[in-house]
Design a protein around this ligand. Sequence first.
Ligand code: GLN
Length: 487
Amino acid sequence: MAGDQLHQLRLHEARRLLESHELSARDLTEACLARLDSVEPYVKAMISVCAEEALQQASAADRMRAAGKAKPLTGIPFIAKDLLCTRGVRTTCGSRMLENFVPPHNATVIDRLLEQGSVLIGKTNMDEFAMGSSTEHSAFYPSCNPWNLDCVPGGSSGGSAAGLAAGEALFALGTDTGGSIRQPASFCGVVGMKPTYGRVSRYGAVAFASSLDQIGPLTRDIQDCAVVMNVIAGQCEKDSTSAPIEVPDYTAFLGRGVQGLRIGVPQEYFVEGLQPDVRRTIEDAIHELENMGATIRRDISLPSTKYALAAYYIIAPSEASANLARFDGVRYGFSRQLATTEESVLATRGEGFGAEVKRRIMLGTHALSSGYYDAYYVKALKVRHIIREEFRQAFEQCDLLAMPTSPTVAFPIGSKIHDLMQMYLSDILTIPANIAGIPALSLPCGFAHGLPVGLQLMASSFREDLLLQVGHAFQQASEWHLKQPLL
Ligand code: GLN
């Protein structure tokens, strides 16, 4: 393969070449950095690039291999959302508040990848504190969709999806509180998985809504997703919500087909506002799964889905208002010092946070305030309980659920920024999985209006294996995951 095409490799292809010594980690890293140099001015996926450190890590990876100590991800370049703490590398959360914050420690997922000898190329752009669906709420600049630079890459992990689709690395990490891995994966034509709540340690991920947040991979195909999950999943003593449940070898489920599996297609996910061409693409994908031997069940119903978005916009801001209270100018990041403590805190938070973050803090503070707590927060928790219960019942009748990831393809930059309801509706199909804590996957399944469409699969808790099994079967019968944007 020509040196100027190395950045297009899928992770498992690169791994084969590294293992057979046809390629060095150094060459692969240089190829990604060269690609980044040429496309970054258009895509703007990154907040920080660590070229020098990456080259050092690549050389260390080559030495690790020479010493016979290589692991599955040794020498593979990746990019990470800028809310995952990286020791010595600025971690901004897309916010002025943390513009110059350099963490003293790594997130567990970063540690696990670096221990494997993976190479960190840089930190990706995102909506401030992960609040948004387009990266337009980044305090720095919006990222652009590599398939059409006038469109958003989705969000909040938009930089991770855009950078991966543009060839700046071989895989990416994102976080998903209401859809922030799956929606950008769908918009940029890559695979994105939100694991079960508790499957991946959240230690070192700056918290947005602690009962909903999960870290997960964005990759070029399903095999790659399985390989990254093998490394990042599993209990961690620094996150008490990480589950003491054994991690299977996810690659062992690839190639098993869909024969005998029951796939539910809940009509509640074919919502008003679903673009007709997106619907057609998803229906085609579901027919494909049926042709391959899956049983399609259209009688599965999740009637409370329509309340998920409303419940999310109470629960997530409430938790955010508590989590973000720590940014007071005393311990972390941006700080204004005025005559009194109160004035200082007000000025720090007033200047350090952007408009969307302030809106969420106000919403959350209001929902938690005395007199409103029962009417809003407690009620939202009750809705959450009902939604969970409906999923539990659905998974007694079928093994997985299939639906669109997003009601639309990527939208033009600027088109929803002044219509927040439209922006929030972008996640209407992804939020229920966070509310229920279950795993969900988005994978490329076609194009509409010249832009990628993602098929979403959901399974019951800790059944990531089923998502990968079915995703892989679909991928083997299609070529959508091989398409790359012309940049
Ligand atoms: N777009 C949703 C929000 O703005 C979800 C964000 C996320 O998953 N981090 O809250």
